[in-house]
Design a protein around this ligand. Structure first.
Ligand code: MD3
Ligand code: FE
Length: 370
């Protein structure tokens, strides 16, 4: 038996409506339909939260379910703690409460055991008066096969967030990639040092990559200048790191200065390799658009097993940092034709953008001599 409490903002209302519908449709251990003992709401600003606090706690329940804005909940949780027998350890919250404010109220104590969802399918919880986070790892998804596209940390520091880019952003990225592909140094099959060329086509931003170093100009394309790395792309990278790791400090510190944009046709592949030409351990952010592929994530020791195969689809984000930053990885031959949405502006093939911090010096100034 649960009691539901919520703020009066539309998002919290929707969250508890959806919850109540799902909850009461299910059966409890005795085969009886589950119930909501009561639902109590409260304004974000009011003279007193004492009445709703009492109503929420006056019948015995197994757990409380809360949906609120951080501002409303700051006052309500204070009331509950001071004036009722409420137990934070038997309380779960929706992602609307996942914020800096909850960290601040956690620090004041009395919220230990409170658990909530994050917007990307992870958990936050209060322990020792601190707000902590948990991103689910692959094995924990065993019972969740009905929801196969939840965000997953496939290895420490390697976080996959499906459908992170909305269609509009995918469209804008495809448009931008189309422009960048024109050059000055156009998208091309990168030549390999032992002869031959890569099956993927690549164009670079910020720094130009050839096997196996970064340069300021396209040394294999007549010394053409490299298209600058745009600020808006760095902002997108910081947002990606924030969502993958839930750590605002790490996100703010992220300063990507190079992007590799790879295009895969149906027969392209990328053999198992490490990205180790950067002199920096900052995470790599990967964005996929267009046809789906099988991405192979290996280990840090060699190209072989153990590895994990993950399907990457249009809109997916992957962030590789921490212990995963120097793991071997690759893309299996054969992206799957017609699995991308032509509404992205890409009618065939797959685009992958990787954002990196090279750890190389940015040039202080460019002096033009007339
Ligand atoms: C794991 N690109 O450009 S993205 C690459 O889909 C590259 O085009 C692939 O590997 C692609 O170097 C894979 C996923 C990826 C990117 C960089 C990583 C995984 C990574 C760096 C370290 C570990
Ligand atoms: Fe790579």
């Amino acid at each position: 038996m649960v009691a539901v409490g919520h703020g009066r903002d539309p998002r919290s209302r929707r969250a508890v409506e959806r919850f109540a519908a799902r909850w009461t449709a299910g059966l409890d251990r005795d085969g009886v339909h589950r119930e909501v003992a009561r639902t109590v709401d409260w304004p974000a600003e009011a003279a007193s939260w004492l009445r709703p606090a009492r109503r929420l706690t006056e019948t015995a329940v197994d757990a409380w379910v809360i949906a609120d804005t951080p501002a409303g909940w700051a006052r309500m949780s204070e009331r509950l703690r001071e004036s009722t027998a409420w137990a934070p350890g038997r309380t779960v919250a929706f992602s609307g409460l996942d914020s800096a404010e909850i960290a601040a109220s956690a620090a004041q104590g009395g919220l230990d055991g409170l658990v909530g969802a994050t917007a990307t399918g992870g958990l936050w919880f209060v322990e020792g008066s601190r707000l902590r986070r948990h991103v689910p790892k692959a094995p924990e998804r065993a019972g969740h096969t009905l929801f196969p596209r939840d965000p997953v940390e496939i290895a420490p520091g390697a976080v996959h967030i499906p459908d992170w880019l909305d269609l509009d952003l995918q469209r804008r990225l495809v448009e931008a990639c189309r422009e960048w592909s024109k050059g000055p140094a156009p998208m091309r099959h990168t030549a390999l040092p032992r002869g031959g060329q890569m099956s993927i086509q690549t164009v670079c931003l910020g720094w130009h990559w050839t096997p196996y170093r970064y340069t300021r100009t396209a040394i294999d394309q007549g010394g053409e200048p490299v298209t600058p790395f745009p600020d808006w792309l760095a902002d997108l990278g910081r947002r990606a790191v924030a969502d993958a790791y839930g750590d605002p400090a790490e996100a703010t510190a992220y300063r990507p200065d190079a992007a590799l944009i790879n295009f895969y046709d149906e027969s392209a592949r990328l053999g198992m390799h490490q990205d180790k030409d950067e002199r920096c351990g900052a995470p790599v952010v990967s964005l996929s658009i267009g046809d789906a592929c099988t991405f192979r994530f290996g280990n840090t020791l060699d190209r072989g097993a153990p590895y994990t195969d993950v399907e990457l689809r249009s809109g997916d984000l992957f962030v590789f940092g921490g212990p995963s930053r120097f793991a071997y990885h690759g893309v299996i031959r054969g992206t799957r034709p017609e699995t991308g949405d032509p509404a992205t502006g890409l009618d065939h093939g797959r685009l992958n953008l990787t954002l990196r911090e090279t750890g190389l010096c940015s040039t202080a100034a460019v002096v033009t001599v007339p």
